[in-house]
Design a protein around this ligand. Structure first.
Ligand SMILES: [Cu+2]
Length: 109
């Protein structure tokens, strides 16, 4: 009986470890050059949170949209905005300014 409990504890802690290692916070900036970085690599199955900070007024990117996730968020100057994207599957996730002029992508591969 005792070994069963130990076994269960080991099993549940390994699940916790596996899910913790599969999440990633990605810092994204808006500068005069646009989104930096504008190409981001992640592994499939990773839960991604974007932390977006607009650092300039000299940009049209005062908002970010992620069409495939049906998301749009305002980007106030010098304030970090967190956007949860959830678990990403293989493919490309495009992000862009509100008018779709400046853009970048997350490459899941
Ligand atoms: Cu724009």
């Amino acid at each position: 009986m005792k070994s069963l409990v130990v076994c269960f504890l080991l099993f549940s802690s390994s699940i916790a470890f596996a899910s913790a290692s599969k999440s990633k916070v990605i810092e994204l900036k808006v500068t005069e050059n646009g989104f930096e970085p504008n190409a981001i690599d992640v592994e499939p199955g990773t839960s991604v949170t974007l932390k977006v900070t607009r650092e300039t007024d000299a940009t049209c990117a005062t908002a970010i949209q992620i069409p495939s996730k049906n998301l749009k968020r305002d980007l106030p100057l010098n304030r970090s905005v967190s956007i949860e994207l959830g678990k990403l599957e293989k493919g490309e996730i495009r992000f862009a300014c509100g008018m779709d002029m400046l853009s970048g992508k997350i490459l899941v591969h």
